[in-house]
Design a protein around this ligand. Structure first.
Ligand SMILES: Nc1ncnc2c1ncn2[C@@H]1O[C@H](COP(=O)(O)OP(=O)(O)OP(=O)(O)O)[C@@H](O)[C@H]1O
Ligand SMILES: [Mg+2]
Length: 277
């Protein structure tokens, strides 16, 4: 991360409630070019709600989002995407009945003139460009004209990432991109995240898989009950500290007491790793 460079995204005091429940409680954060930021927190901590506000799916009840230093407000995810904020949602997929190429160009279709007057989709152009960006990223989709719903989970994530690369996204947000994938596909998604970073596109990665996050992230932001519980460079923290931030001081103390109790043996992740060596 280059500290002297202006953040691409600045979130200031973002706030969202659903009825009486405060889902995101005055959260602020900065995302810089070319960094991968893990967004962590227990179920219901507010991670998805936070990124949905950044990506135009939810309207914030308070606070501000700055893109390249300018205040923005997106009415829809498409509007955010057109400004360079690409999102893979936990619960929303690509357009299932369209093919990969149509998804890459969704909302930004290339048109051509037919018979001098009619404007029609320029399918061959879009297919050619899509094939090129997929090849460039070493993403294999044998039949580009098949609807997205026929692709594997990993291929779908890959199509979203190809879209971000093709349109030179300013920010890629991924909400649980590897949760439903097998191991080879998970590794491919992690590799693509590194490719995005190398192209200076920052990534916000939400994942319950802490090992994935530690494998690719430069920084982690931890949320607890709607608030930001902490922020750490990955090189300066470890999984135990992050879990403590996730659960809060009171539970950390309970876990420590259980751990120290002579007649109880609690296996931490670190110890279980040692066991298999
Ligand atoms: N559309 C909604 N309507 C009402 N309540 C909601 C809605 N979306 C989220 N919530 C509530 O807001 C809180 C934060 O939810 P959110 O989905 O942002 O958490 P999360 O950190 O993404 O959790 P998970 O790890 O389970 O995906 C939860 O209490 C959730 O039940
Ligand atoms: Mg979520």
């Amino acid at each position: 991360m280059k500290a002297d460079v202006q953040p691409i995204i600045q979130v200031k005091d973002l706030y969202k409630r659903f009825g009486g429940l405060v889902a995101v409680d005055h959260v602020s954060l900065d995302i810089h070019p070319g960094e991968v930021v893990g967004l962590l927190g227990d179920n219901g901590a507010g991670k998805s709600t936070l990124i949905k506000m950044i990506s135009g799916a939810y309207k914030p009840d308070g606070g501000q989002i700055l893109l390249d230093g300018q205040s923005v407000s997106f009415a829809t995810p498409l509007e955010a995407r057109r400004r360079g904020i690409e999102t893979i949602y936990q619960d929303l997929a690509l357009c299932e009945n369209l093919d990969a190429s149509a998804n890459i160009f969704l909302g930004r279709e290339r048109m051509r003139h037919q018979l001098g007057i009619l404007r029609v989709l320029h399918r061959s152009f879009m297919l050619r460009e899509s094939r090129q960006v997929l090849d460039q990223l070493d993403i294999r989709i044998p039949e580009l004209r098949n609807p997205i719903r026929q692709l594997s989970g990993g291929q779908r994530q890959a199509v979203s990432i190809a879209r971000a690369v093709y349109w030179k996204a300013r920010l890629m947000i991924m909400d649980e991109p590897t949760a439903a994938l097998g191991v080879p596909e998970q590794l491919k998604v992690l590799e693509l995240i590194r490719t995005l970073r190398d192209q200076d596109v920052p990534v916000i990665l939400i994942s319950h898989n802490m090992q994935d996050v530690f494998a690719v992230a430069d920084r982690v932001i931890v949320m607890r009950r709607g608030s930001k519980a902490g922020e750490r460079k990955v090189s300066e923290t470890n999984e135990n500290e992050v879990v403590s931030l996730m659960v809060g001081a009171e539970y950390t103390q309970v876990i420590k007491q259980l751990h120290d109790a002579p007649d109880l043996h609690i296996t931490t992740h670190d110890e279980s790793e040692k066991d298999v060596r």
